[in-house]
Design a protein around this ligand. Structure first.
Ligand code: NAP
Length: 268
């Protein structure tokens, strides 16, 4: 992996100007998969960008830059300075700010963009979902009566549940929630998926969980908790996605590669 925080990319052969330059906005399994596919294609010079939230990101097969761009205008400047030919927004479906920035920067710079975003989960028979539009609404949806909550929304917005101290919480995240939540009954698990339905069922049973709070992230890696909640008849507070900016969207890395091939002709 070649990476540099908050700066120019090192290790990229700038002498080869005949190749198409692709920027992937990453941070997801789908972005990683697409990077793996593009790394096999010598006609493309691919860079992946990470926000830098994860303390020890797994190595990637293409040059990596880490850190914000400085808003939509900073991203637009980067696209122009780095002579990017195509940007792919493969960020998490709940990373709303960077997706909005990508749409604006594409418009300002004239660099084409499309999104790679996995579809959301769809409610099945026996699911007991309460769908809400935000993390703040999820806190309210828990209600006043004490619950035993499994909180699986990532660490960044977990602090919002500090306003509902009547519940007992088990919080799972990839990196530690810092600072810890100001709650009388809160325990933490650090873990990275994928998670199986069997494992999640055992976890929920052992901890006597009665309510799952999750984002509708989609994908298979974390679907086990949804299956486990269904099997155990648990309530699920499902935080739904915001409507994405109106840019073309594909749902998996293979479809993204097809679109890259369509948008970028073989010879530059
Ligand atoms: P966000 O709220 O949409 O973005 C906040 C700021 O972080 C952006 O304005 C941008 O800073 C910077 N940023 C975000 N993604 C970036 C990227 N790929 N490369 C460079 N800068 C980036 O994002 P978030 O929800 O904090 O998510 C951050 C990262 O974690 C994303 O890469 C996302 O794919 C991943 N992720 C998010 C979630 C989630 O639930 N939100 C879950 C799993 C993974 P500047 O304005 O300075 O450019």
């Amino acid at each position: 992996m070649v990476s540099q925080r908050d700066g120019a990319i090192e290790g990229v052969d700038r002498s080869d100007m005949g190749r198409y330059r692709i920027l992937i906005l990453g941070g997801t399994t789908e972005a990683r998969h697409l990077a793996e596919l593009l790394a096999e294609r010598p006609e493309f010079e691919t860079t992946i960008s990470l926000a830098g939230r994860t303390e020890a990101p797994k190595p990637l097969p293409v040059p990596t830059r880490i850190g914000g761009f400085g808003g939509a205008s900073g991203l637009a400047d980067y696209l122009v300075e780095q002579k990017i030919d195509l940007m792919i927004d493969a960020t998490h479906p709940f990373a709303n700010q960077i997706s909005a920035n990508a749409a604006k920067a594409a418009q300002a710079s004239g660099v084409p963009v499309f999104a790679l975003c996995r579809p959301g989960w769809v409610r099945q028979a026996y699911d007991r979902w309460i769908s809400v539009g935000s993390v703040a609404a999820a806190v309210i949806a828990l209600g006043q009566a004490p619950r035993r909550v499994f909180l699986s929304i990532g660490r960044q917005e977990a602090h919002r549940f500090s306003t509902a101290p009547q519940h007992s919480y088990l919080v799972r995240s990839v990196d530690p929630v810092e600072p810890p939540l100001k709650l009388p009954d809160c325990r933490y698990i650090l873990a990275t998926g994928p998670f199986t339905a069997e494992g999640e069922t055992d976890l929920f049973r052992f901890n006597r969980i009665d309510t799952l709070v999750t984002k509708n992230s989609g994908g298979l890696a974390t679907y086990g908790k949804i299956e486990a909640a269904r099997a155990l008849g648990l309530a699920v507070i499902m935080i739904e996605r915001q409507v994405p900016p109106g840019i073309r969207t594909v749902h998996d890395a293979e479809a993204a590669l097809e679109l890259v091939d369509h948008l970028l002709s073989p010879a530059k």
